[in-house]
Design a protein around this ligand. Structure first.
Ligand code: C5P
Length: 248
């Protein structure tokens, strides 16, 4: 049991009665609400969740999140908060009050920031899952050293995942190539959320270290963030169903 779990009364995230637990989170990487809603209406909220990131949220805001939720989707609000503990906590609380299913912060914000975020969402009626970004996969070892982080990217990912865990967070975002090593270190209820997933035979696009959905789940991923293989498919619902068929 982590220090945090030992010290505080834990609340569990809300599980809505009758809902299943779709593993695929479709990344709505669109520039505006109309395009995002058009795709969402072509999907099935019973088969996936959706992710709203910085560009879409900055353009379309909480109204879009509410519309997606009205369509029945659980929303992962991927805004990667990183600020002083009070500011981050209040942002996470606002996200929770918006009703999102999952929200994230940067683990590099430190223990006090993550604990404050956890305490803030614990006080809300529908607590979202609170997860951390460890090291951005865009950073290589030289860039990490330049900002003062020694060790390999993998060492830093493991250390920050453990810090997130002991600060009361529910999981981390990680590359599918990091899943196996992380699973050896963290318990099965610690969510590993992995982008960089490509069904066999589809294009890698700009992703470098990819894994198939079935391999990512087999290695221990909890949820898969999938964008273009679904959003750019001729029939997004069929593409999604095919992914689900390989992992169920
Ligand atoms: O289209 P694709 O499946 O590559 O989209 C992946 C999604 O996951 C995008 O929203 C991207 O920003 C996000 N992501 C990622 N790699 C990370 C973190 C997030 O691809 N390390």
């Amino acid at each position: 049991m982590s220090e945090y779990q030992g010290a505080k009364k834990m609340t569990e995230p809300t599980i809505y009665p009758g809902t299943v637990d779709p593993k695929v989170i479709v990344a709505l990487d669109f520039p505006d609400a109309d395009a995002a809603l058009h795709l969402a209406r072509a999907l099935d909220a019973g088969q996936c969740r959706v992710k709203v990131g910085k560009e879409l949220f900055t353009r379309a805001g909480p109204v879009l999140v509410e519309k997606l939720q009205q369509l029945g989707f659980d929303v992962f609000l991927d805004l990667k908060y990183h600020d002083i503990p009070n500011t981050t906590a209040q942002a996470c609380r606002a996200a929770a009050e918006l009703g999102v299913w999952m929200v994230n912060v940067h683990a590099l914000g430190g223990r006090r920031m993550m604990e404050a975020a956890r305490e803030a969402v614990d006080k809300t009626v529908h607590r979202p899952l609170l997860i951390a970004v460890t090291i951005l996969t865009s950073l290589d070892a030289d860039e990490l050293h330049e900002v003062g982080l020694s060790g390999s990217p993998e060492d830093n990912v493991l250390r920050l995942a453990c810090l997130a865990r002991s600060s009361g967070l529910d999981g981390v975002v990680c590359s599918p190539w990091e899943v196996a090593a992380l699973r050896k270190t963290v318990a099965s209820d610690f969510r590993l959320v992995t982008p960089g997933v490509r069904p066999a035979g589809t294009m890698a696009d700009d992703q470098k270290r990819i894994t198939t959905p079935e391999d990512a789940i087999r290695l221990g991923a909890s949820y898969l963030v999938v964008g273009r293989p679904v959003t750019r498919a001729g029939n997004p619902l069929v593409a999604l169903a095919n992914i689900n068929a390989t992992i169920n």
